[in-house]
Design a protein around this ligand. Structure first.
Ligand code: ATP
Length: 313
């Protein structure tokens, strides 16, 4: 696997470079991260038997600066349409600051849209019980919150009635069992603020194990931004592929290496959808995606197919 490090590292640099170049022209906005209080509406409906159909319908959004001054709100998403059919995988790509993570935050209802609507199985997310919405979505990111407690407790957070055997099985599926066994007290090792500090890749695998237990209808993946080694990337990708199979999946892709097999790739630039299609469609279209991906076409083609598919042993 060592020989993959060179071209992949180079590709990552090029993509970073491109993204930084794109981003440097953007205004820096000093807005604070103060979500509006999101609550259930008085007649919020239950979300039962979720099929997992997702729909962003002409979604416009800007983070509120809190001053009540409309002019202080910069539009971050502008008329965005995205559809994900049950079981499909849709990837969101685009330069830094394009609004990719915001797409994820709106699905979780950390914020509400300014205009348009987001629907799950045809229900506007603002009309369903927040607890039902969030329990139907498995959210995996490197920023996963670990509370003060043992590794086992942190994994069990995905399903509180899980027993030790379930926890270990989930950790195995998440390719986390190996590193957990290497910790001083295994599954009983304390993590979190006052415990062992885990690396980004390890936290992500704890998040995956949690999500395996949660068994949600919808998977929301906010891909890692910080570098993990090639071996860890394999492990993470393999467990994510298993988790995403037959599940509605929305991938927020900060790097391009994992999106090739998505049913649809949505390309965001400056809050707008500028292209959408399969990897092949978008390469043929020779637009922003092709730019992001193709700068190093020679390098990409020299990679083994199974690495790009992320399913190699
Ligand atoms: P990256 O690839 O760098 O993670 P991204 O495409 O995920 O970027 P977002 O994180 O969605 O982009 O950010 C889109 C825009 O919204 C950026 O201009 C960013 O500065 C702004 N933004 C993000 N979060 C907040 C916030 N909490 N308050 C105010 N502005 C924000």
């Amino acid at each position: 696997t060592q020989r993959l490090t060179g071209p992949m590292a180079q590709l990552a640099n090029i993509v970073d470079w491109y993204q930084n170049a794109k981003a440097s022209g953007k205004r820096i906005c000093g807005l604070m991260d103060v979500p509006v209080r999101i609550e259930d509406t008085p007649n919020a409906i239950a979300l039962d038997d979720v099929d997992g159909r997702l729909e962003y319908d002409d979604v416009t959004f800007g983070y509120d600066s809190g001053g009540g001054d409309a002019a202080a709100t910069e539009t971050v998403l502008d008329g965005v349409d995205i559809e994900v059919q049950p079981g499909e995988t849709v990837a969101i790509v685009g330069p830094t600051g394009a609004g990719k993570s915001t797409v994820a935050k709106l699905l979780l209802r950390l914020y509400d849209v300014s205009d348009g609507a987001i629907r799950v199985d045809g229900h506007d997310v603002r009309d369903v019980r927040l607890a039902d919405l969030r329990s139907s979505i498995g959210y995996v990111s490197q920023d996963t919150f670990l509370f003060d407690g043992t590794i086992a407790e942190n994994i069990r957070y995905g399903r509180f009635d899980a027993d030790r055997e379930d926890v270990v099985e989930a950790a195995e599926a998440a390719e986390a069992h190996g590193f957990i066994q290497g910790l001083s007290e295994g599954y009983d090792t304390r993590v979190g603020e006052r415990g062992v500090k885990l690396s980004g890749g390890q936290r992500q695998r704890v998040a995956i194990a949690r999500t395996v237990l949660q068994d949600p209808e919808i998977l929301l993946l906010d891909e890692a931004t910080s570098a993990v080694d090639t071996e860890t990337e394999y492990l993470i990708q393999r467990s994510l592929d298993r988790l995403a199979a037959d599940r509605t999946t929305l991938v927020i892709a900060h790097r391009l290496s994992t999106v090739k097999d998505a049913d649809t790739i949505v390309v965001l630039d400056d809050g707008r959808v500028v292209e959408r299609g399969t990897h092949e469609d978008l390469l043929a279209a020779d637009g922003l995606y092709a730019d992001l991906w193709g700068v190093q076409a020679g390098e990409i083609e020299s990679l083994p197919e199974e690495f790009l598919a992320g399913a190699s042993d």
